[in-house]
Design a protein around this ligand. Sequence first.
Ligand code: K7E
Ligand code: CUA
Length: 670
Amino acid sequence: MTHDSSATDGATDETHTDTISEYEAQLNAVLEDIDETPADESDVSLELPTLGLNRRDFMKAGAAAGMMGSLAGCTSLAGSTNSGSENTPHSSSGDVPSHFVPPGEHDEYYGFWSGGHSGDIRIYGLPSMRELTRIPVFNPEQAKGYGFDKKTSDMLEEAGDYTWGDSHHPSLSETDGKYDGEYLYVNDKAHGRVARVNLTYFETDAITNVPNVQSVHGCCIQSPDTEYVFANSEFRTPLPNDGRDINNPDKYVSLFTALDPESMEVLWQVEVDGNLDILDTDKDGRWAIASAYNDEEGLEIEEMTKNDRDFVKAFDVPAIQKAVDAGNYKEVNGVPVVDGTRESSLNKGDNPIVRYIPTPKSPHCVEVEPNGKYAMVAGKLSPTVSIIDIEKLGSASDPKDTIVGQPKLGLGPLHTTYDGRGHAYTSLFIDSQVVKWDIETAVNSPKKSEDAILGKIDVHYNPGHIQAIQAMSTEPTGDWLVVLNKLSKDRFLPVGPIYPDNDQLLYIGNDKDNETGGMELVSDHPVYPEPHDAIFASKDKISPAKTWDAADYEGEKEYVKESNSRVERIDDETVEVYTSVKRSEYGLRDFTVKQGDEVTLTATNVEGSQDIVHGIAIPEHNVHLALAPQDTRQATFTADKPGVYWIYCTYFCSALHLEMRSRMIVEPRE
Ligand code: K7E
Ligand code: CUA
């Protein structure tokens, strides 16, 4: 690496303007002056009104307010438990806690919404339902610079270079059946991918483009210890889909895929009959249960729905792993594919690797209840939910004997959730209702009986997923439930022909002998299209970092200090630019490159204070980096137009945010 002096380097500490030094000196003085407030916490001020002396009072007031805020936060934290209801103020009706979270206080729960075809994960606080942030996953996104820096753009490119995805099913990693706050996994229905979000940094850190599949729909971790991540391919395609068998639909297949949750590599796949749909696992690490439709293996809707039956598939995971370990597979595109079709030799005998369980046609979903006893398969086209006794999966000689109950609940049952008190809640898409029912009563009643129904409540309108707090883990809290309604119609001000969805919050903490079984509609929340599912965890389970830790990327990327800000010319057409970033200034006040240079910019936000994010925008070059404190990001671009380009900061970071500027000078190449 040569250091070529023809590229100029604007980083000299002596050139600091008086304004900046004065500003910093005054800021430091003010900070020192504020008693008992750690500088790191108090210097978060985005709006110093002027550079005059009244800043001192302003800062003091700000710090005091901040401390009161955090004290209030502590109080509510100290008294809170998983139930989330003890210390929430009560509404006038007396027994439904308020979902209102006063200014400065925090919610009890995190909610992770899949964004659907917006491709992201959205974070809400519950019960307030305030949107806290979004995590771009399959979609490049400017505000967080996702898909703009080298790390995330390389990741998106390697995962197929698509600019969108369709995220449906978020699943939180577990240890011992409890959410451990490490990762969230989510599918991409559009391109057959599975992504992982790191819940320390709330950032997508891996995307796997699953070979041999076109769409991934069902997606979940294996309970109780996240040994695998599972993914269902919904569409049946030739194997491999490379032009063979295009006119031979009999040969199209649907695959169940296992990934390694750490490396995100595909471990193996299982070929089955029919389409796979949605997925959940038992709580003991043995069974993965997939709903399914189109056992007819038809190509068009009339064929797909011809028969009265479809078959839920229960995958015996240890048995499949054994078959793989024994070499009992064919390899397709580098992946071991195990034959799990009905005709497979592995399905003959007493211990089939896949059990085919007959249910009424086209069931939509499967959700295992928190104690792991039953899996509920909602009918969609049938008004029933089929209750599978998980213990019987390994013992029943006839798979249909694993169905131990089939209550008739209403029209269009899609998804089911739980309160941990023995009740299930099922969304009724066609009826636009949620039905609450008693699980043991349903098991003990004749099939198609309505005896188990405890109440119904109208929702607005046409619910898909419903989800109660921590209902996918072994620790349901039984207080709040969210209904993800597909249509909002008349519920909000009209906003043109594409409407928001309507997520409704229900309180389910009171079991009552009334029309709704105690369910109470608490609030409406318009949401941008189109979330499918959500998963909720107590705030105690999630510990996000407040700043980056440079140790996490040591060896991968340089931590660029102010004193190291520099330009290095690698060869005649390649330049590396390194700059620190902090409030109001870039380490490089300017830098010069030559027309046609490929420029790799490496930038570190050297701030230690939380919430002081800076941006680097280079006009006319499609460059934007978002830099959280202690983070380093890189961007590579070609400086192909001679001229002067003002680099500016996109995050409003201080009173001198607008003046925070650097200059890229591109010299013409003769
Ligand atoms: Cu029911 Cu993709 Cu979970 Cu939508 S799926 S509703
Ligand atoms: Cu840094 Cu605005």
